[in-house]
Design a protein around this ligand. Structure first.
Ligand SMILES: Cc1cc2nc3c(=O)[nH]c(=O)nc-3n(C[C@H](O)[C@H](O)[C@H](O)COP(=O)(O)OP(=O)(O)OC[C@H]3O[C@@H](n4cnc5c(N)ncnc54)[C@H](O)[C@@H]3O)c2cc1C
Length: 306
């Protein structure tokens, strides 16, 4: 098979904004949904043969797509690769399974350890890539193994092989988490459900609801000049709540969330990020770095001199 004859599932010039929670950015040159490992491997083989770059989108809940679009193939996992099953104390989930659904499924089965996933609107694959965490829970701690697909095949990796750090992993671009196994503890269904309800309530209080956002914009800094303050607090103290460029603004209720208030472009988002970062640098001497991931040529202006 050559690059000239893509698998039938491949669509050209596919609008990607709708696959993200902030709803900005352009089209993917090639786009396909992979519903099984065989379909995924066929796509990866085709891409590799034609030197076509591969990117993956989960729920797009921490993702900025370039306005100019994305060259190469963007893959989204669904069907068998988004399924969830319970086997004893294990949850086997496709990389495309949604974390809140995994948390709910675990609760029904009396399995504890993934409750924090109830508030993370991403997929298992995106959560592995980002080492998602919330309320003291961290994916790394319950992960037993992941299966990573590349054009060379599928390999099973233990958490220690994934290079986890604070909201990051060592997974490379083009390495796709196809499946994961979570090993959980046992607990009373009612106790777990109460925890889920409490986590939802706390989240509701702390974060704006129903807005188009990608969650944390910047990583919490380790710089001692931050004095232990979160990125959100630094931005708030630098006067960023409600600060807008075009259709993008720092949410009035949570300054580390950027909101698409209407018809923002990714360029608007990047511009408002740059202004927030500039203010924090000027006021505290702290250089914030993005947590949000990118697909396509999204350029942060402060990276130009690097
Ligand atoms: C309202 C809101 C609240 C949030 N709260 C939290 C929170 O409490 N804690 C937290 O950690 N995060 C939070 N997030 C951020 C986000 O949900 C997480 O980072 C999540 O893990 C991203 O998963 P995703 O599937 O949406 O990934 P995407 O945003 O689609 O992609 C993110 C990165 O992961 C890669 N990726 C996606 N799928 C795969 C895969 N199968 N294999 C390999 N790489 C993949 C993408 O290529 C990209 O580099 C929040 C976001 C929102 C919008």
């Amino acid at each position: 098979m050559s690059a000239a004859t893509p698998p039938l599932s491949v669509q050209r010039d596919f609008p990607l904004a709708r696959l993200t929670t902030v709803r900005t950015g352009g089209a993917g040159e090639y786009f396909a949904r992979a519903g099984s490992q065989a379909e995924l491997m066929e796509l990866l083989a085709w891409a590799s043969a034609g030197d076509v770059q591969v990117g993956v989108v989960g729920s797009g809940s921490n993702l900025l797509i370039a306005d100019e679009g994305v060259r190469g193939l963007v893959v989204k996992l669904d069907r068998a690769l988004a399924s969830i099953s319970v086997e004893g104390r294990r949850i086997l989930a496709g990389g495309g399974a949604r974390l809140p659904a995994v948390a709910a499924g675990a609760a029904r089965a009396g399995l504890s350890g993934i409750e924090f996933g109830v508030n993370i609107p991403g997929t298992v694959g995106g959560a592995v890539r980002m080492n998602a965490n919330a309320y003291g829970g961290e994916l790394e701690r319950v992960l037993e193994w992941v299966e990573v697909a590349t054009s060379a095949g599928v390999d099973r990796r233990a958490p220690r092989e994934l290079g986890f750090g604070y909201r990051r992993s060592g997974l490379l671009a083009g390495e796709i988490v196809a499946r994961a196994s979570l090993l959980l503890g046992e607990a009373e269904v009612e106790t777990i459900k109460r925890t889920l309800a409490e986590m939802r309530r706390r989240r509701h209080e702390a974060q704006p609801q129903g807005i188009r956002t990608f969650g944390s914009t910047f990583r919490n800094p380790e710089d001692p000049r931050a004095g232990g303050r979160s990125a959100g607090l630094l931005l708030a103290e630098a006067g960023c709540n409600g600060l807008a460029v075009g259709g993008a603004r720092f949410a009035p209720k949570h300054a580390n969330f950027i909101e698409n208030t209407g018809s923002a472009s990714t360029a608007d988002v990047v511009a408002v990020m740059a202004e927030g970062r500039r203010r924090v640098l000027e006021r505290f001497g702290v250089e914030l770095e993005p947590e949000v991931q990118t697909l396509g040529a999204v350029r942060f202006p402060w990276w130009a001199s690097r």
